[in-house]
Design a protein around this ligand. Sequence first.
Ligand code: XMP
Length: 599
Amino acid sequence: MDTENKIIVLDFGSQYTHLLARRVRDLNVYSEIMAPTALADELKKAKGIILSGGPQSVYAKDAVAFNPEIFSLEIPVLGLCYGQQLIAHELGGKVEPGETKEYGTAKLVAEESELFNRVPKEFTAWMSHGDKVKELPIGFTQIGSTNDCEYAAIMDDEKRIFGLQFHPEVTHTENGLQIISNFVFDVCNCEKNWTMQNFLGEKIESIKKEAGDKNVFLLLSGGVDSTVCLALLDKAIGSERIHALHVDTGFMRKGESAFVKTELEKLGINEVHVADAEEEFLKKLKGIYDPEEKRQIIGKLFVEIAMQEIENMNFDTETWLLGQGTIYPDTIETGGTENAKKIKTHHNRAPIIMEMIEKGNVIEPLNQLYKDEVRELGKLLGLPENLVERHPFPGPGTAIRILCSNGKEKIDEALEKKIIKVAKEDGFEAKLLPVKAVGVQGDNRTYSNAVVLEGTLDYSALENASTKITNKFTSVNRVVFLLRPRGIDSLELKEAYLTKDRIEILKEADAIAMETIKERGLLHEIWQFPVVLLPVDFNGKGQGIVLRPVYSKEAMTAKFAKLGPSVLEEMVEKIKAIKGVGAVMLDITHKPPATIEWE
Ligand code: XMP
């Protein structure tokens, strides 16, 4: 079997798995994430295997299942944290269950090893573990230690198996990228051939092969991914063989559908078909307030409309493929890959589409790429920057940013009293908001209350209070800060659903937020900026808007963005002038415990 110039990352459930795979790609080497149960035939194609970290102990009864052949394939293996413990445990060493946790940076003293080529003898490493290796398997030697961890780095030189107790993939580890680079090049002998230009050339060929003489029916949501996907398909098979359908759900950003259509047509794409389905969506969503139910309805109707169009044009699988702009993170569930609990339903993986994928009737040419790689590809294809640099936007669009309610949610007053007390310690007034939002804890989805704080905009105190509140009260997963008005006299939950007037309010507020960060040159540094509408009336003046700017890489984890006071001021002044808005708030919760979106 031919080996491919790639590294496989086996995912044992670390929050850093995607980051690790990205680090390898940053070295111009292709990386792929797989489940630890991947078959030997698949694994053998790689030049090296990296075992990610993971939250469990190798002794846990439900420890992530893996294929033990990993260690006998004669391919170099690097285990990180849990991965290192697994190596020791599996190959006859001993792992000591952790009574104390080592968390934070430590000084690592490195011995001579290919892994530490071009790395100083002493450097800072990021540790985050409970268990640790106590006895090495036969054939292994120690190549690095810290004060608290004797076997911080180990290797079996002959078998080419390496283990690190620390995380070289996180930026807190000095020389971390160099260590990964040493494994990829010095140990695995990979070549630097993963560039967008190469990918583009190869992908055009593979699309031609995959499509054969079939045409492609492309579902164009209008976001960055599907737009780039269309430009790529156009380059490969020509737009006369593509039928691009944009289902206008009514939940796009202000003016965005028209903008995307015009830009694509400028590029020479003949025609983007638009199905104007806003009324249909609103009808189906009437009276619905549960977030998952909203998603299910939107996903189902979206697919139904697409299928209707397919029928109208006599689509048959002998002559047509269904195209989607699915990107890599959408295809991988992190957190033990197979063991991950579903957090939110995405509609490019709706059951009917899954069926078509299994039958080989779907083409997804971007499913190997991360978001910023998609952007790079888009630019190579000639798409303008203001199109490819747009923020990620969820399939269900603004529908999941307009919270709905039957007006019956009651707040737990005893809980509120306790929260008020804790918030006071950091100098804030607090109130429980009568709405619930989605969050994530470990790999579990939560659906809990949000808290609003009032006081002065002091980010360090706010971050403190937010972390304290969400740690202390498990039924709270989100904290916001009140920007306007200066105080809350009354808070009233309203019965509110997805209606035109609410969509309009959100669109206006969202457009203001986007314009402001663009003008201030903040578009790149902010990963995403949802603007959210709450079904809550403030001071009898109107509904609440929440600003949710975040910093992130690939959206697996995120930090709330600390926007400067003058930027906030500018947005607030404009947003509060929108008819129907009674308050403007800023979300000050990281992910976890909150998610980026509120629903
Ligand atoms: P969360 O809210 O889970 O979001 O932190 C992570 C990323 O996924 C996007 N997202 C979605 N994308 N359909 C999509 O296509 C969805 O239903 C959906 N929900 C969340 C979100 O915008 C963020 O970039």
